[in-house]
Design a binder for this molecule. Structure first.
Ligand code: G3P
Ligand code: CA
Length: 241
């Protein structure tokens, strides 16, 4: 079986509860809690640069406005991505390449959620793969996940060696599709299952990752039940043991 190197605690969008989401300082906030594996959201700028950004628009997380897909990187790199933490020093939305460098500098790992703007599903996957190919040098590979099936299909077709995670908000619909896409993890919304259901899921042979678990007791219960990892905004309070 592929060594995915996934630890029990993964920082969500870096460490979203502690620092601005999808930023390099968010990574450092996770590292400060002993968490060196993070989940991020990857999107394309108008001119095809892969950046870290959750929303289709810039308005919620930055001091800019408008659609990411219509904004060139030249503009995006001048923005402050720390809008959700008003007292935080400003910093730009990072490129995926910069993010991979920081993660690798601590020997960490990353779950890259491919979060394409509508119509850019395959293009975003292809661009993410290109960045990973040129910028990732550790033996344990990034996990590529997506809600968008065309993005996962593109990953399967273009980079079959890179591990893929099947993201789903429903516990019932995943099995056949995840298999067809060659996914190696199930990344599920934690409120859709109970710890008692975990053995049935893990019987598939695929590691289960749950998002976004911010309650320490729930995290512990799911990990004890056999979940491989919980993805959390709060790596300061959600612990792996
Ligand atoms: O990858 C798991 C989780 O991040 C998916 O939801 O909306 O937080 O990107 P969202
Ligand atoms: Ca995400």
């Amino acid at each position: 079986m592929m060594n995915l190197g996934i630890p029990p605690i993964i920082g969500h969008r870096g460490a979203r509860g502690l620092a601005p989401e999808n930023t390099l300082s968010g990574f450092r906030a996770a590292f400060a809690q002993g968490v060196f594996y993070v989940e991020i959201d990857a999107k394309l700028t108008a001119d095809g640069v892969v950046i870290l950004m959750h929303d289709e628009t810039l308005d919620r997380t930055t001091n800019g406005s408008g659609r990411v897909a219509e904004t060139p990187y030249e503009v995006i790199q001048t923005l402050n991505a720390a809008r959700t933490f008003p007292d935080h020093p400003p910093e730009p939305p990072p490129t995926l390449a910069a993010a991979l460098a920081v993660i690798q500098s601590v020997g960490g790992g990353i779950n890259i959620e491919i979060k394409p703007c509508p119509g850019r599903e395959r293009e975003t996957a292809a661009a993410v793969i290109e960045v990973v190919r040129s910028a990732w040098h550790l033996p344990t590979l990034p996990l590529l996940s997506s809600f968008q099936r065309p993005s996962l299909e593109a990953c399967r077709d273009l980079a079959p060696d890179l591990p893929r995670g099947y993201l789903s908000e429903s516990v019932e619909d995943w099995a056949a599709e995840a298999k067809a896409l060659g996914c190696v993890t199930l990344n599920l919304l934690w409120t859709t299952i109970t710890p008692a259901q975990v053995p049935r899921l893990t019987a598939s042979g695929l590691p289960v990752l749950l998002w976004t678990v911010n309650a320490p007791d729930a995290a512990q219960a799911f990990l004890t039940a056999g979940v491989t990892a919980v993805i959390t905004d709060r790596p300061d309070i959600v612990r792996g043991s």
